[in-house]
Design a protein around this ligand. Structure first.
Ligand SMILES: *Cc1c(COP(=O)(O)O)cnc(C)c1O
Length: 407
């Protein structure tokens, strides 16, 4: 009897599986008032009746009490709680884009004279941030091979403060040995940040692998419908107060309408991801049989560098992957990617729709790893359309491409 008495007070999510968490988290009645999905509460100003009420709100402003609009309201608190628990951290800050989450996390912890270790295949705006703004603030960046593993220790300097990871990395999809990199970083008192967008909050456990701050471009799978820009950064207990306060000082906040859409997107994340994964695997398996394809850069395939870490550290894949062609040029790739029926050309990914990109100039955005530019790379986001239609679309594209090559 006694044990049941105490068990009632344990957080109910303690034994929840991810699918259940997606449905149940962020629905605290304090914020929802019993409505299933957290309602939109638009506010800059809260009115307090007494000095005592105002003081109470001030003391509890990081504790679910509304204080001032920039610190968020009930719509934000519910979503923040859901993401923090899904990622496995102590708290989540919200940003108007994934890029804002990355820049704010870095700027919250770096100062002039500090040194940053950044993976060579980082999301391109992340690289540009290091080379321009951060360099201007007197923060030095060293790029490293994403597959460096334990070799990272040789790049750590006395002033190194942050090790930044992104796994898989952008475009070329190398998967990193996150636990090894985190362990070595912590032996040297570094802060480990991970751009965890590809895994989303459900396909990896960043904090169990030693990450201190996990970042999501919520714009991608969390929102899931290509209609909202948003970022999240989730920190462990040690770094959450600094991340929260410094992001607040940087003026980072999000509209409750956007947060509402992100909350709504989150509820179907599990089923969408499962279908994206299934469709993408079918497309990738078909591509693997094609004579035009040199190799797949899909984390679930052995030809993807770091595949062994995918098998060990991820619980699934999604719709985003790349493949490398045996030969081609701007003309042949243009013939492939233009005039597709379903794979449309566009940036971003994570929405319900299929996308295709012919990526050139990879060698120009890498400085410590090599890229063979004679073999064009195509990046796909496989959406929720019927997979036979998608394969037929690619088949017709390959025909156009072959025709352009034989001319
Ligand atoms: C899209 C993306 C971002 C940036 O997100 P935005 O919301 O577009 O600013 C960051 N990292 C990765 C891996 C991304 O794919």
């Amino acid at each position: 009897m006694l044990i049941w008495y105490y068990l009632r007070y344990l957080p109910m999510e303690i034994n929840m599986k991810k699918e259940t968490q997606i449905v149940c988290l962020g629905r605290n009645k304090k914020w929802t008032k019993g409505v299933v999905n957290p309602p939109v509460v638009r506010a800059s100003t809260m009115l307090f009746d007494t000095m005592e009420d105002m003081r109470f709100a001030g003391k509890n402003k990081n504790n679910g009490e509304m204080y001032y609009g920039r610190r968020g309201g009930p719509t934000h608190f519910a979503f923040q709680e859901a993401i923090a628990e899904l990622e496995g951290g102590a708290g989540t800050a919200l940003y108007p884009s994934g890029t804002a989450a990355i820049s704010s996390a870095l700027m919250s912890f770096l100062k002039a004279g500090d040194h940053l270790l950044m993976l060579d295949n980082a999301y391109e705006p992340t690289r540009a941030l290091c080379d321009t703004l951060l360099a201007g603030f007197g923060i030095e960046t060293t790029y490293y091979d994403p597959l460096i593993g334990a070799g990272i220790s040789e790049l750590i300097q006395p002033n190194t403060k942050v090790l930044f990871l992104e796994s898989p990395g952008s475009i070329t999809m190398e998967i990193q040995d996150v636990p090894t990199l985190s362990r070595i970083a912590h032996e040297n008192n570094l802060i480990v940040m991970l751009d965890n967008t590809w895994a989303s909050p459900i396909n990896s456990r960043p904090f169990e692998m030693g990450v201190d701050i996990s970042i999501q471009a919520a714009t991608k799978y969390i929102v899931g419908h290509s209609d909202v820009m948003m970022g999240t950064a989730t920190a462990n207990t040690k770094y959450w107060p600094t991340l929260r306060e410094h992001s607040y000082l940087l003026g980072q906040c999000t509209s409750p309408d956007d947060v509402y859409l992100a909350s709504r997107g989150l509820r179907t994340l599990g089923v969408r991801m499962a279908q994206h994964e299934k469709n993408a695997l079918a497309v990738a398996n078909w591509l693997a049989t094609r004579p035009e394809v040199d190799h797949l850069r899909h984390p679930a395939f052995e030809t993807c560098p770091g595949h062994e870490f995918f098998k060990r550290d991820f619980s699934g894949s999604n719709g985003l992957f790349s493949f490398v062609l045996k030969e081609g040029n701007l003309k042949s790739v243009t013939a492939l990617v233009e005039n597709m029926d379903y794979f449309k050309m566009g940036f971003s990914w994570g929405g319900f729709e299929s996308l295709i990109l012919g990526v050139f100039g990879i060698d120009k955005i890498r400085t410590v790893t090599q890229w063979d530019k004679s073999k064009p790379l195509i990046r796909l986001h496989v959406g929720l359309e019927n997979v036979d239609d998608l394969i037929a679309d690619l088949e017709a594209g390959f025909e156009r491409m072959n025709k352009a090559l034989s001319k």
